[in-house]
Design a protein around this ligand. Structure first.
Ligand SMILES: Cc1cc2nc3c(=O)[nH]c(=O)nc-3n(C[C@H](O)[C@H](O)[C@H](O)COP(=O)(O)OP(=O)(O)OC[C@H]3O[C@@H](n4cnc5c(N)ncnc54)[C@H](O)[C@@H]3O)c2cc1C
Length: 422
């Protein structure tokens, strides 16, 4: 939380935002949530002349929620349909993250990915992906049986293989640390252990937002859908607030809660949680040199139990999809039916796997805005929601930032900048 002493120090650091008519706020921008996306936004906004950004995080470290519980894949942008923000920001973000990682020595690898089909129905889905990728100019090609056998003899693909050569992997932790370094070097302020407990929009001729933080990091504000209206939660004596000209909601799994604290009841949103458990593999064989994904299943909440590699060369499988009720339900699911189902999925494309060497790993939770599909093939596809909120000047709201949020993070930073300044 912002103790009075810390707040005083922060205020001394902060400077006025010369291009705006009101110059009394402690900060020009307050970004709530220091995951990959919040970090990328804060870094981008801090680059604006005269800006003084505070990045507010409830935990005692950055990126400890969804941003460190994912597949670390740099996605190509081939699943999310025409005209979606996900497609636009994923493609733009992919280019930006490769450039950024290269320039800043962030470990990453453009290892490519295969989408494998075992029958005609799955191949139809590959054809759709192929057609769409072609239409948006993202590199995609079919791999012949002979080439597939030569390059990845352990991989089974009865009906065909589609290769996405621009897919890759990144060390998400190193990426976030580098973003933080940039942000702080530019003069940005990181406030850790500062769960936002209350937010008051500008009112009665006051131009600035007031943001309170509390000391209890275990439950910052009630999880959605039970919002906490500002007037129902008087700040305790211990609580202190800061003021900012703009507020950016990048709170990940708690973004709907922040939304519901600020906006009136008719604009409240409900957060859904799609947990994905991962499985580790302790043997060094079989180990393909590219990522292996099953053909997408329309309507599925994820991309199937795929094989990814991390920057240490370790194979992992997952994530599956399990709808849970709480953002804290982070224990990977040990249910044996689920485990057997995942093994069956894996064996379909990697028959030589030693199933005894597959064990439960970690889990992450996708912040969903409905029980929706991960790809545009399903009827219920939900795009990222990134918008300035009408009637709430200076509020940029980011909801449902699930995959490909890591890939898109730098482009999302640009998008927020564009919304505020262009
Ligand atoms: C299983 C899984 C696999 C994925 N795989 C990929 C992938 O391979 N490639 C890809 O591009 N994307 C992937 N994603 C998506 C990607 O991980 C997310 O889109 C991205 O990490 C979201 O970042 P974020 O900063 O929005 O959220 P988060 O990382 O969740 O950060 C939000 C932050 O807000 C903080 N916060 C919340 N409430 C408050 C409050 N009241 N006060 C202060 N701080 C608060 C939290 O503590 C947290 O640190 C995957 C996601 C999951 C779950």
């Amino acid at each position: 939380m912002f103790s009075r002493r810390a707040l005083q120090a922060l205020r001394q650091q902060s400077r006025c935002f010369s291009s705006t008519p009101h110059q009394n706020a402690d900060f020009t921008h307050a970004v709530i949530g220091a995951g990959a996306v919040g970090l990328a936004i804060a870094r981008r906004l801090q680059q604006v002349g005269g800006a003084q950004v505070v990045l507010i995080e409830k935990h005692d470290m950055i990126g400890s929620e969804t941003s460190s519980r994912n597949s670390e894949v740099i996605h190509a942008g081939i699943y999310y349909g025409p005209d979606s923000l996900k497609t636009k920001l994923c493609i733009q973000g992919k280019k930006m993250i490769y450039d950024y990682c290269q320039k800043n020595d962030v470990p990453h690898m453009n290892c490519g990915k295969w989408i494998v089909a075992q029958d005609d129905v799955q191949m139809q889905e590959c054809h759709k992906v192929h057609e769409f990728a072609k239409s948006i100019d993202v590199p995609i090609r079919y791999v012949s049986k002979e080439e597939a056998q030569r390059r990845e003899p352990d991989v089974r693909a009865e009906a065909g293989v589609l290769e996405s050569s621009s897919t890759g992997i990144v060390d998400s932790h190193a990426f976030m640390q580098t973003l933080l370094g940039d942000f702080e070097n530019e003069g940005g302020t990181l406030a850790l252990v500062s769960p936002v407990t209350r937010i008051q929009p500008p009112s009665n001729g006051d131009f600035d937002w007031k943001i309170w933080t509390g000391a209890d990091t275990s439950e910052p504000i009630p999880a959605s859908p039970t919002p906490q209206a500002p007037e129902q939660s008087p700040a305790s004596d211990e609580d202190t607030f800061i003021t900012a000209e703009t507020v950016i909601n990048s709170a990940g799994l708690y973004a709907c809660t922040i939304n519901n604290v600020i906006l009136p009841p008719e604009r409240h949103r409900t957060q859904f949680y799609a947990k994905g458990s991962y499985f580790t593999y302790s043997k060094s064989h079989p180990k393909p040199s590219t990522l292996i994904y099953p053909a997408p299943v329309p309507g599925h909440g994820g991309l199937g139990t795929h094989l990814t590699l991390d920057m240490g060369g370790q194979v992992r499988f997952g994530p599956d999809v399990e709808w849970v009720d709480s953002p804290n339900d982070l224990a990977p699911n040990a249910d044996s039916d689920r485990f057997q189902a995942a093994l069956a999925d894996i064996k379909s494309y990697l028959p030589g796997i030693d199933t005894a060497s597959v064990s439960l790993g970690y889990a992450g939770i996708r912040p969903k805005l409905g029980k929706t599909s991960a790809t545009a093939g399903g009827k219920t596809f939900q795009d990222f929601y990134i918008a300035k909120e009408e009637g709430f000047e200076g509020f940029v709201n980011l909801l449902g930032i699930e995959s490909p949020g890591l890939t898109s993070s730098l482009a999302i930073g640009e998008e927020v900048y564009r919304l505020l300044y262009k």
